[in-house]
Design a protein around this ligand. Structure first.
Ligand SMILES: Cc1cc2nc3c(=O)[nH]c(=O)nc-3n(C[C@H](O)[C@H](O)[C@H](O)COP(=O)(O)OP(=O)(O)OC[C@H]3O[C@@H](n4cnc5c(N)ncnc54)[C@H](O)[C@@H]3O)c2cc1C
Ligand code: SF4
Ligand code: SF4
Ligand code: SF4
Length: 360
């Protein structure tokens, strides 16, 4: 029997597993069915139940249902714990403007910049700071847009209504549905593993709006946070800093925050456990195994990005960006170098995340 949104509520929402990625809503709203919607806060809800065609696509594309994982594992030649890969590199942006704004080495922004300059894409779905503590997904169509989007921040989500809610997760997939009617046909998307899983499932099912996604740039992801104002105060007390002094946040081997006039502070993942979104604790993919390219800071020196080159098109665009001088490389490892420390770290973090999901 076809599973529907009712089953998604039962199997995902009611178990506290919805990561609010917006994947299910992207299909239903891009297809003009309009049966479900993202509310201002929390998991998706019915917009008009009468419109539901019981097609089941919302259930199949949800990263938390895992129904298409065997197919995707075959297609992307997945082997645990870090998936298929051709090379792993450590590199950085050659553009000073990008390097200055970037989270790590600015390689994500540089590869996107190369794709735009070469007219391989018409735009990239990234997210930008819209004001203090407010970051939203948008379609970047120029280098300036990309630079505006570079970096990661500890942001207040858009779904703030009265109740302040801090969320480091940005539902970039929801932006896709806005592009369905445009004549922009080649898009790259930057996303966490759950977001890329959902896109790959849509592509596997040949459903809109994923057909316009030509390149998937995945980020490593150990966790995301979601907490209210009361938790924020708890956090300030526990870690002895003020949120209004927070300049930057990054996640690599641990959590690093930069505080105005004080400098950097490091916290371990276990110290922040109480502020982590429950959905993240059930998630087992650290290194974004279905992306064309996966990026993180883990294992690289400061101001460098670790990149896992996975697919043929991933290798093509990364190598071209390198050849054309958008990035410069410090290290490159092939599968034979599997004992290198950088690769060992990615393997360890991936195994730990799989173990955490199993225990959850
Ligand atoms: C929530 C989150 C958790 C992460 N966890 C880890 C981790 O545990 N270990 C690790 O090594 N690396 C982690 N990363 C990846 C790391 O922080 C860098 O994004 C990555 O190394 C790329 O760096 P860069 O300088 O090349 O990217 P940049 O050139 O700075 O580009 C970053 C791109 O990511 C987009 N972006 C920023 N925040 C988000 C978001 N919340 N959702 C979707 N897109 C976003 C930006 O719009 C920009 O396009 C995480 C990233 C995020 C966003
Ligand atoms: S129409 Fe299909 S995608 Fe939309 S809610 Fe119903 S089952 Fe889900
Ligand atoms: S697809 Fe995303 S938003 Fe929809 S139920 Fe699954 S996790 Fe939640
Ligand atoms: S840990 Fe990262 S990839 Fe997994 S559900 Fe949370 S935000 Fe998504």
């Amino acid at each position: 029997m076809v599973k529907t949104f009712e089953d998604l509520i039962k199997d995902v929402h009611e178990k506290g597993l919805c990561g609010e990625c917006g994947g299910c809503v992207s299909f239903c709203s891009a297809g003009d069915i309009g049966a479900i919607m993202m509310p201002e806060s929390g998991p998706p809800i019915y917009k008009d139940k009468e419109n539901c065609k019981e097609c089941g696509f919302c259930y199949y594309v949800c990263p938390q249902t895992h129904v298409l994982n065997d197919l995707l594992n075959d297609k992307f030649e997945y082997t645990p714990p870090i998936g298929n890969w051709r090379f792993i590199t450590s590199s950085s942006a050659t553009s000073k403007e990008i390097a200055k704004k970037a989270t790590d080495g600015g390689v994500v922004t540089s590869v996107l910049n190369y794709l735009l300059d070469s007219s391989l894409i018409d735009g990239a779905i990234v997210c930008k700071k819209q004001g203090p503590f407010n970051r939203v997904p948008f379609l970047a169509t120029s280098k300036e847009d990309l630079i505006q989007a570079a970096g990661s921040y500890y942001d207040l989500s858009k779904q703030v209504i009265g109740l302040e809610k801090y969320n480091t997760f940005i539902p970039t997939n929801t932006k896709l549905k806005d592009l369905i009617d445009s004549d922009l046909l080649n898009i790259a998307i930057v996303g966490t593993p759950c977001q890329i899983h959902s896109i790959r499932k849509m592509q596997q099912l040949s459903i809109i709006p994923a057909h316009i996604v030509k390149y998937t740039l995945g980020l490593f992801c150990n966790l995301n946070f979601s907490f209210n104002d009361e938790d924020r105060k708890k956090m300030e007390e526990k870690f002895n800093f003020k949120f209004n002094k927070l300049e930057k946040m990054n996640i690599r081997d641990d959590i690093i925050i930069s505080i105005k006039d004080i400098g950097q502070k490091h916290f371990s993942f276990s110290e922040v456990d109480e502020f982590v979104r429950p959905a993240c604790k059930a998630c087992s993919d650290f290194s974004n195994v279905y992306a064309d390219l996966s990026f993180g800071g883990l294992g690289s020196q400061e101001n460098n990005t670790t990149t896992i080159i996975r697919t043929e098109i991933g290798a093509e665009i990364y190598n071209e960006a390198l050849k054309k001088g958008y990035i410069k490389e410090t290290y490159r490892f092939a599968p034979l170098d599997v004992n290198d420390n950088l690769i060992k770290k990615i393997i360890t973090f991936s195994q730990q995340k799989m173990e955490r999901a199993k225990n959850f």
